[in-house]
Ligand binder design. Structure first.
Ligand SMILES: [Zn+2]
Length: 290
């Protein structure tokens, strides 16, 4: 959770399915929405990293407390303060109508203010329960530079691409990590709850997925092998054969964690286009094969 942000499991599954299966229009939209949200979070991370300052940074924190669940895109900890950030990568024009957030065509969308308030309330209960005297400040960030929001409520702690750098710079000035921040960071990491599946995993069966070797750059199934290299016929990128095989083993295990892993299954997963046992590392993967 600390360090670099991890790609959400559901997004990895969608990426694999998008290559190997025709997604329904609902799944296609969901995939785009998840990807867009994740790209926004990565963009926010670049702003934070640019500060080179002392914060604890926690990504994608998931807390369960008193039968309530919340997921927080980013948390910064310093100065006995927990800064909570909910990142929205919306593009286009939006406006607030009382407490509702609407798109330009008057379609009401999920209000991030309600979402943030729910998160804040849960975190305050969590702090109270554990007896931590930590200040909580929660913000919504409209990270997309192409996003315009009209009628923004002035007191709602909203940030935009244009003022984010200035905001973080101000935050970073005089920021320092206290002993309490360290203890609280450890508590948050220990409380991080990934067993609660808040993301809906799409349905898929092995039979309906296209088998074959895919390019890691463009997703193409078209390739040729030259010596120990696999070369994509679309984007011309190359990869060492062993890496290609390991990547496909990982992909298969990720999509089908309960399937038995054998050289035959991986050979078939690659549509019989690549010889599987080629290195000690790969042989090791199959060492328990019966
Ligand atoms: Zn390619």
């Amino acid at each position: 959770m600390d360090g670099k942000r991890k790609t959400p499991q559901v997004l990895i599954i969608y990426e694999a399915l998008a290559k190997r299966k025709v997604l329904s229009s609902i799944d296609q939209k969901r995939y785009q929405r998840l990807k867009c949200g994740y790209d926004g979070e990565l963009l926010f991370d670049t702003f934070v990293q640019a500060q080179h300052t002392s914060f604890y940074v926690l990504h994608d924190l998931q807390l369960m407390f008193n039968d309530r669940f919340c997921q927080i895109d980013s948390v910064l900890l310093a100065n006995n303060t927990m800064y909570i950030f909910e990142v929205k990568n919306y593009a286009g024009e939006y406006y607030f109508d009382h407490d509702a957030l609407c798109m330009g065509d008057q379609v009401e969308i999920e209000n991030p203010i309600n979402q943030r308030n729910g998160t804040e309330s849960l975190v305050r209960s969590f702090l109270q329960f554990h007896g931590y005297d930590i200040v909580v400040k929660a913000y919504i960030i409209f990270i997309n530079p192409q996003c315009t929001v009209f009628h923004t409520p002035v007191d709602k702690q909203l940030l935009f691409y244009s003022n984010l750098k200035r905001f973080l710079l101000k935050l970073a000035t005089n920021s320092h990590i206290t002993q309490l921040d360290t203890q609280f960071s450890e508590l948050l990491q220990a409380s991080h709850n990934i067993t609660h599946s808040y993301q809906q995993i799409p349905n898929y069966q092995c039979q309906e997925l296209q088998k074959g070797v895919t390019c890691q750059h463009c997703g193409s199934f078209s390739f040729k092998i030259t010596y120990s290299q696999v070369q994509c016929q679309e984007c011309q990128q190359t990869e060492v054969v062993q890496c290609t095989i390991l990547r496909h083993i990982e992909e298969f295990c990720f999509l089908f964690p309960f399937e038995k892993l054998t050289t035959k299954t991986i050979y078939e997963w690659c549509d019989g286009r690549i010889a599987v046992k080629r290195s000690s590392r790969i042989t090791q993967v199959f060492s328990q094969e019966k």
